[in-house]
Design a protein around this ligand. Structure first.
Ligand code: PLP
Length: 278
């Protein structure tokens, strides 16, 4: 990933080459910790508060302390302003003592270049046996550092010639992408998997629901299987990095982005501009 500028660790600046945390940190050793990625537009962030709320909720679920909100806001703002258009990632490590979580925990704030996206995404459906798929437990909804299984699903889909994976639960429910939410248009209605099935409470998904309602597109949050997606007219991927992005293919089924995708993408851009102007 292309880092922009210097990296903050616990509020102190380091060059990318010298920024480091301990190899004994359980964030590195066991993926114990949590993180957020916030989009900055020309140095100003979209829904930072919502991201920091989710970071604090993730940390609470992991029994991890996080720095004060004022510090987090100041660190993210400093990094975003220096980086311009970027993705500002905030990572809180578990620390060096698994029996006393948070001991020597490090908070890293780093800006990355917004990665280029193909004009339309192709997705391969893949069963995700590790996903809660509606079975709630203590960590459901936490954005924990342990993304290895999700990343592996992307890697497997890419090695099969797709851009990414579409995760399907053991029950056959359509869940989400490894790093994005999904939605689709059927009969001029915006359908998206319900949060009840244990998917991440995506900030872009929430913003897209607001946009759909604003432009008069009915919204249904439900429990769906792949045939529901195959029957859709348009499909979109939703995330901080992807924003509202057309999906051109799921397995062998092709989709052509249509007027609703265009309206949602334009409405999302307007929403971002409105909120950044405040
Ligand atoms: C599993 C998963 N679902 C959905 C999303 C999209 O969330 P957001 O819109 O808050 O970026 C992400 C983002 O990283 C994710 O990792």
């Amino acid at each position: 990933m292309a880092v922009i500028g210097r990296i903050l660790i616990d509020g102190e600046f380091f060059d990318a080459e010298s920024a480091s945390i301990s190899v004994l940190d359980v964030g590195f050793q066991r993926g114990y910790g949590c993180f957020e990625a916030v989009r900055a537009y020309d140095g100003r962030m979209f829904r930072l508060d919502a991201h920091l709320d989710r970071l604090e909720q993730s940390a609470a679920k992991l029994h991890l302390p996080v720095p004060d909100r004022d510090d987090l806001v100041a660190w993210c703002t400093t990094v975003a302003e220096a980086a311009g258009d970027s993705v500002v990632r905030t990572l809180v490590s578990g620390g060096t003592d698994p029996r006393n979580l948070g001991t020597n925990s490090r908070t890293v704030v780093v800006a990355e270049a917004v990665p280029p996206q193909p004009s339309m995404l192709s997705l391969q459906s893949r069963i995700a046996p590790w996903h809660t798929d509606g079975d709630w437990f203590e960590l459901t909804g936490a954005k924990a550092l342990s993304y290895g299984f999700n990343l592996a699903a992307s890697v497997e889909a890419q090695s099969a010639g797709y851009d990414d994976a579409l995760l399907i639960g053991r029950s056959g429910n359509v869940l989400e992408g490894p790093t994005f939410s999904v939605a689709w248009i059927t009969d001029d209605t915006f359908h998206t998997p319900s949060l009840e099935i244990g998917i991440l409470e995506s900030i872009t998904r929430q913003a897209s629901i607001e946009v759909a309602e604003r432009v008069g597109i009915p919204v249904v949050e439900g429990v769906y299987d792949l045939d529901d997606v195959f029957g859709a007219a348009e499909v979109v991927a939703l995330s901080t990095v992807k924003e509202v992005h057309p999906v051109g293919r799921v397995d062998d089924r092709e989709f052509v982005p249509g007027p609703v995708t265009a309206a949602l993408a334009a409405g999302f851009a307007e929403l971002v501009a409105d909120e950044l102007d405040r």
